[in-house]
Design a protein around this ligand. Structure first.
Ligand code: ZN
Length: 53
């Protein structure tokens, strides 16, 4: 199966990982940057983009 950029975008775009408990959350990047998104598990606001390892 070839990689389909569109599919990758759909899957990984707007998805962030909680730095504290590694929970994945889909949210608007602007909201993340403004600190409006909270982890549903631990309630923290520290997120990073999912692509980085
Ligand atoms: Zn968390």
């Amino acid at each position: 199966m070839a990689k389909i950029p569109e599919a990758i975008n759909r899957l990984f775009k707007n998805v962030f990982v909680c730095k504290n408990c590694q929970t994945k959350i889909r949210a608007d990047p602007q909201k993340i940057m403004r600190g409006r998104v909270r982890c549903r598990k631990c309630g923290k606001r520290a997120f990073r983009p999912i692509k980085r390892k």
